[in-house]
Design a protein around this ligand. Sequence first.
Ligand code: NAP
Ligand code: GDP
Length: 327
Amino acid sequence: MNNDKVILVTGGSGLVGKAIEWVINNDKGKFGSKEKEKWIFINSKDGDLRSMEATHAIFQKYKPTHVIHLAALVGGLFKNMKYKLDFLRDNILINDNILHSAHQYKVEKVVSCLSTCIFPDKTTYPIDETMIHNGPPHESNFGYAHAKRLIDIQNKAYNDQFGDKYTSIIPTNVFGPHDNYDLQDSHVIPGLLHKCYLAKKNGTPFIVAGTGKPLRQFIYSRDLAKLIIWALREYDEIEPVILSVSEKDEVSIKDVADSIVKALNFEGDYTFDTTKADGQYKKTASNEKLLKYLPDFKFTPFEIAIKESADWFIENYDNARTGNGKA
Ligand code: NAP
Ligand code: GDP
């Protein structure tokens, strides 16, 4: 088959990369596979993207025409608080290597992944795409946030100096199958799924970190995957676009814990450990720009997406990514 597009997905073994692979292979509508598109999913075994040599070798081998750049050092609040320099350095190196290799190998388009947690801590709400650089990010993740903000700067510079079409998308908190379920270092949903699963199995307490009051907009990884595929095929701006459910779908961490209890049929009580950090209280983002492009996009309802994620975790418990925390 003669492919017009060779699409390289970095971070292909992660939460978002696996969801893109799933949508490409399973969606029967407009987001699924298309003739003349060849999709290549890579992970750290294909090469450490912190190394320029390894990154070059990957571009040399696959000769991509398009790149979806997801690979990153990623973690929840508690991992971000512990390893700020690693988050800064690893992500700066990975992003610079990918964007520069894309430029050298004349890649037509790159879509890189930012995050709503890179926005200024002190801000007005809802946050929108124009506000990324308006002030310092929250203290808890300033390493990750500054590295990610630089992608937006690089995209503008590559466009300004060379006319390259590199853009970025900004997802809110993501969850779904193939998440990282480490008990300490994961994001809240996979962390609490794992903790609640163990509490049920072992008859031990289910403890939720913090007060439960912070608010978050969660996007199901398979919904996000569809939107990233759309961005690759159709979104034509250099400026980023926020990929999020709407403001009214924001939920508290307590709501999350309640949904997980329900999805796992956990019958015990749970408590909040208020000695643990809450992180940012909220980072409410506007999806107005996205909806101007895709007014009819249907997000999976939160409870259904949580149930699918919980069922996937139970079925795949033996092989799921649980770090050192597997009990
Ligand atoms: P993830 O599940 O932790 O996966 C990370 C991916 O990056 C894995 O495929 C990993 O490969 C790869 N990777 C990490 N370091 C690498 C290196 N040095 N060289 C090569 N590959 C490396 O992450 P995710 O949640 O899917 O995140 C994907 C993107 O979405 C990231 O850019 C992240 O910042 C962004 N994002 C995530 C969230 C969220 O809530 N999860 C929210 C907003 C934005 P291995 O599997 O081989 O280690
Ligand atoms: P954030 O949106 O970047 O802060 O990412 P997280 O996914 O780490 O969510 C953090 C919020 O969930 C904070 O308010 C935490 O106090 C709360 N939380 C409750 N239990 C957990 C847990 O087991 N892991 C994590 N990461 N956060 C938890």
